[in-house]
Write a protein that binds this ligand. Sequence first.
Ligand SMILES: [Cu+2]
Length: 210
Amino acid sequence: MRNEPEEDNAMIRTARLHREAASPAVRAGVATAAAALAVACMTFAFPAPAADKATDTGQPVEQAMAKMIDGKGNEIGSASLVETAHGVLVSLDMENLPAGTLAFHIHTTGKCDTPDFKSAGGHFNPEDRKHGFLSDHGAHAGDLPNIHVPESSKIQVGHLARGVTLAEDKDNTLFDEDGSALVIHAKADDYRTDPAGDAGDRIACGVVTR
Ligand SMILES: [Cu+2]
């Protein structure tokens, strides 16, 4: 989060203003600043709404989605994908997952055959790199940070997949000939073991579609 120092400063400023607040006008300003800060923080804590169909300059936004199923074929969530200038924003909304830290990747084939989802192939890796953010030769374009599922079994989380695109004319497009899939594993990704982070079985899968 590049903005952290600025946010910290804003929080300190807000705290100071709270102490110094004397007039109702200053208090209103503080409330507005606090609300703006809360919104800024929420952007990181929750998935961005996928409903916006245009950028702030009116350009249409490329979008995709994935219906997530478990090993029995039951739908247990969904993901929305939004093209940005910095990669694809993947917003995941899941239930009925085991609590714990679980690996979450983009796999190279858009095929989710139950029960083991091996049909999804390895990680999406158009640049032929090794697996893992902590590998000297990593990472796969499809590598994503782990998700942390609470006891409720439900999770909403947004990740920015920097190395991929939804634009079909690019080498790193998720809409290549055989498509691609989002996969959640039974264990955490250790971010270094090739080829899949020692993440165990595949427990949920969703084909990326328009
Ligand atoms: Cu995986």
